[in-house]
Every structure is written in C-alpha cells, then in structure tokens.
Design a protein around this ligand. Structure first.
Ligand code: PLP
Length: 305
C-alpha cells in the first residue's frame, strides 16, 4: 500500500514486511542474519530534484552482489524499482538517499545453515546525506590515511556492497584523533584504497589515478571515469585505474573523493599537508559541475513516478 506524503513520513519512508511505513516505525526482526552476522548486501542510489540518478546501474550492482552471496528474492527488478519509487513518493522528498537491502533472513529454529534462510528485501528513502558538508565542499576535506588496514579483498569481496564497516569506522575515529575530518584506508601492500563510503582519485603528473582493486566499483567512481574520458584531450589528462601509493597521494596536485552521498568532493589536506595549492583545483571543479549537470540528462536519470 502506498500512502500520500504526510508529516509522519517527512523523515523518510521504508518498505518493510510488505508495506510502506514512516521511517521511524521501520524495524527488522532481531534474528535476521543481516543484523546478527552482517550477512547482507545493499545499495544506495540517490534522488536529486525528483529524479533517480543511474538507478539501473545501482540495480545491476545490487543483483550482482546478491548472486555472489547466493541470495535470491521472490520479487523481480521491476518490482524493486517500483518499491523504491513508492518509498520516495511516500516521503515527499525531492532530494533523497535511497537504500535497498537484501539480507540472509532468519534461520530455521535451531539451524545454523544459511541455505535454510528466506532472504528478505527492505528499502527506505531518507533526506539526502553528504560525506562532506557545504563548508567542507567549498574549502576541501582534511583527510587522514589511517593505520587501520582495509579488510582484505580475499576475505570480504569489496565489489559486493556490504556492511563490514568496522575497519572504516575505526579508521574514522583514528582520523578524528589525528584532527582530520575523514579517513582513507590502505591495503596490505600499503596502497590507499577507499574510505568510509567513498572512492578516491588523485591528479598526478598528467594522469587521473584511482585504485583499481580492493575497492567497491562505485557508481560515482564510474561517473568520474566517464567524465575523465570525456575531458581527456581537453584537460590533457589520461585516466589510470591502478595502485595508488601514499607518497603519490601526498604529491598529487589534486585529490577528490566520490560517493553517491555527495558526488565529487575535494580533498585539500592529507595528514596535515596541503594538496596542490591547498584549495579545490580546476579538475575537481570541472568534474563536479559536469557530474551535477548529468542529473538532468534522461540518459542517466528517471523521474519519480
Ligand atoms: N566505497 C565504499 C566502501 C562505499 O561504501 C561506497 C558507498 O557507500 C563507495 C565506495 C562509493 O560508491 P558509490 O559511488 O556507488 O556511492
């Protein structure tokens, strides 16, 4: 059942147990292994000015994640799309952060076999949230490269969007302890990989570099790579997906992070050292403008029904 937007839905709306409810009333069963074991995959897509951005790309990634985790749902892609539209419409939000989740579900009483579980689908829409606030986007984020190592890709596949966030959260506290605003984690080889909810890019001597492995294949990362290809000759920048070392990051002329939660956002300080001129650079600004312009393009966006 879909309800009309009302005040109780202003903080958001969720699809849970077969109906759309105000976000404050949405609760999952405590025995769902999505909660007890982080046995879940999810995706986050955003709505900007009443339009989903790259919804099909998010649905593709969500379905790939489910397949890798051997999960399945009794509803198809079009029903999922409809439920996401329903959540946003019920919330009445023009700019929203929309999450879709598939959990393992509950095991049969006494069973520890994940094959006995009935996988569950949940979704919600809440007001749009940013990795960097307005002031940080204006002056650039201050970032700390944490000594907390990103969980190995051989242990948890980072291309399956997952809730194994303890390393990212510990990294964030580490960053706060070092007087920075956010964190970037490295892999076992010492190359930087990703941060809490974002991928990273660096402009280094005529190249735009982003880590290739050990990261979520972010939809915003992909958008930035496409923008990079479009501007390649214009800016004289070639796009490189490869390992990115800490030293290269420090020596970059520009650094930015990418996330559904805010798009393309500048980083101007890494471990207290200024990146380039210490202000958001021209590449970052050009990419940011292009990114937001793409939201009006019907090839990348669809209006809330
Ligand atoms: N890396 C991690 C670990 C994330 O959780 C996210 C998003 O939440 C990203 C990268 C960025 O991905 P996207 O651009 O699809 O939001």
């Amino acid at each position: 059942m879909v309800r009309e937007p009302s005040d109780s839905f202003a903080a958001g709306a969720a699809y849970i147990g077969g109906s759309i409810v105000p976000i404050g009333q949405a609760a999952i069963p405590i025995l769902d292994l999505g909660f007890l074991h982080s046995d879940a995959t999810y995706d986050v897509v955003h709505v900007w000015n009443g339009r989903f951005f790259r919804l099909d790309d998010h649905l593709d990634r969500f379905e790939r994640g489910m397949t890798k985790l051997r999960m399945s749902l009794p509803i198809d892609r079009e029903r999922i799309r409809e439920l996401l539209h329903d959540c946003v419409r019920a919330s009445g939000l023009d700019n929203a952060y929309v999450e879709l989740i598939c959990t393992r579900g509950m095991a049969a009483p006494g069973s520890r076999d994940p094959r006995d579980c009935v996988n569950q689908f949940y979704a919600f829409a809440v007001p749009f949230a940013w990795v960097a606030n307005a002031e940080q986007r204006e002056r650039g984020l201050s970032l700390h490269v944490s000594s907390v190592q990103r969980i190995a890709q051989e242990s948890v596949d980072p291309t399956v969007k997952n809730y194994h966030w303890l390393d990212l959260v510990q990294g964030l506290y580490d960053a706060f302890d070092h007087g920075a605003e956010t964190a970037l984690l490295s892999d076992a080889a010492g190359n930087v990989v990703e941060g809490p909810g974002f991928n990273v890019f660096a402009v280094i001597a005529g190249a735009l570099v982003t880590p290739k492995v050990g990261v979520l294949q972010g939809i915003t990362r992909r958008t930035a790579l496409e923008i990079g290809a479009e501007f390649e000759s214009d800016l004289g920048l070639r796009v490189e997906e490869r390992a990115l070392s800490y030293e290269e990051l420090l020596g970059a002329s520009e650094v930015f992070v990418t996330s559904t939660a805010g798009g393309i956002m500048p980083v101007t300080l890494v471990d207290g050292r200024a990146i380039g001129a210490g202000i958001p650079g021209p590449v970052t600004q050009k990419f940011t403008a292009r990114y937001w312009k793409m939201h009006e393009d019907i090839r990348y966006s669809e209006a809330i029904r």
